[in-house]
Design a protein around this ligand. Sequence first.
Ligand code: SAH
Length: 454
Amino acid sequence: MVEKNKHYKIKITGVSSDGNGVCKVDGFTVFVPMTVTGDMGEIVIVKVLSKYAIGRMLDITTPSPIRRDPKCPVFKRCGGCHLQHIKYENQLEIKGGFIEDAMQRIGGFENLKCDEIIGMENPYRYRNKCIFPVGTDRNGELVSGFYASRSHDIIAIDDCMAGILENEKIVKAVKEYMEETGVMPYNEKNHTGLVRRVFIRDGRASGEIMVVVSVNGKKIPQKEKLVSRLTAVSDKIVSIYININETRTNNVLGMENKLIYGKAEIEDTLLGIKFKISPHSFYQINPYMTEKLYGKALEYANITDKDNVLDVYCGIGTISLAAAKSAKHVTGIEIVEQAVRDAKSNAKNNNISNADFFADSAENAVPKLIEGGMKPDIVILDPPRKGSDEATLRAIAKAQPKRIVYVSCNASTLARDAKHLSSLGYTPTAVTGVDMFPNTCHVETIVLLQNRNM
Ligand code: SAH
C-alpha cells in the first residue's frame, strides 16, 4: 500500500491529460507533476486518495530522453505550461495520444487514430490574449504576474513566453501609473483596493493592441496619466479600456467596459477575412494556428456552392464567414448577443451576404430551426469545453446532413458527443489535432463524422 511521506523509486510510464507524469507503485496509480514518460528517480508521496496518489519527484536519477530544460524561469511555480519540460515534437505525440485515448476509451472507437497533429514552427509568443493579475507580495510590494498553480498567490513576472513582447512594458506602465498616483492593487481577501488585472489583446495581422485595466470601482483617478504612460509604450496600443468589476468573484472581467482612449475594437485578419474584436468577444488565442484549424475544418467540411451550412457555437462568426466564401448559405448560432452583433457586422464589413446569425442557445435554436424545415447539408460544431448536448445533437441528426465537422478544445466531451452522434447514424472517419496551445496540456481536435445513410 502506498503511504504518505514515504519514498519510492519509480519510472514514469505516461503523461495524464492534465499534464502530470504517471507511474505505478505496487500497482497503485501515482501522478507526479513535472515529470515525463521515461523519467526514473525517487518520489515522495504527498497525498493518497482512494483511486490514486500524488507524488513529488525528489531526484531524477535517469532523465527521460524526451525531457528538455524549460525556457521559462517560473515553469515550476506557474500553473500555465505543464509540458514545457518536454521536447516539442514529443509534446505533439503525447497530445495525439490524449485524443486517441479519449476517442477509444470514452468514444469506444477502437481503431480510430489521429491522421495528423499540426504543430507550430516556433511554439512561443503565440498568445494574442494575456491576463496579468495585480496585487501585493508578502512584503507589501506591488506585483503582477500569474497565479501559482491551484492558488491565488501571484508569481511576480511581467513577461510570459507564450505572449507578446509588449506585455512586459504594458504591465510595467500600469504599475508605474499606480505608484505615481497612489492607486492601490485589489486585495481579494478584504475586497479593497482598485486595480485587479491587466488584460492585453492584440490583432496579430494588424499589429493593433488593446489594453483593458479591470478595476474594483466605477472609474480610476487621473486616467490621463494611465493613458499617457500606456501610449508611450508603443504606438500599436490603439484602444484602452477600464473594465468595471466590483464583484467578489474570480471573473476576469466585469460586465461593463469604459473606453478611455482610442478605438472601441481592434482588428485582425484570418483567412483573408477581417474581424473586429472587442474586450468580451470570444476569439481563438493562437492566431497562427487558428488559420490552420479553420483550414482543416473547412477541408473536412468540403463545402460547395450548393451547400447550406449550419455553424453552431459560432462566436463572432469566424468559421461561418470563412465557410460562406464557398457555401450557398451559412447560418450561425451563438448564445452571446454581443458576439452575434459582431458576427453580423463582420459579415457586412467583408461584403458577405450569404450568412445569417441568431443569438440563442444551441439547445433552443437548433431543434426549432430543424423543426421549422431547415435542411443543412453540412454542420459545423465548435462548442465550449463542456461540449454539446442531447437536444442539439438529436436535432442535427434528424436533419440528416451529409457531414458533421466537430471542433473541440476538450477531447473528452468531444469523444462523448461523437459516441452519441455515432448512435444517431454518424461515423467518425478522420481526426486531426491542432496544437493551439503549445507547452500546455491542451489540444484542439477536429473530427469529421460522415452520415452512414449517404
Ligand atoms: N467557433 C467560434 C467560437 C467557438 S467557442 C470560434 O472559433 O471563434 C464556443 C462558443 O460557444 C463561444 O462563443 C460561446 O459563447 C458559445 N456558447 C457557449 N454555450 C453555448 C450554447 N449553449 N449555445 C450556443 N452557443 C454557446
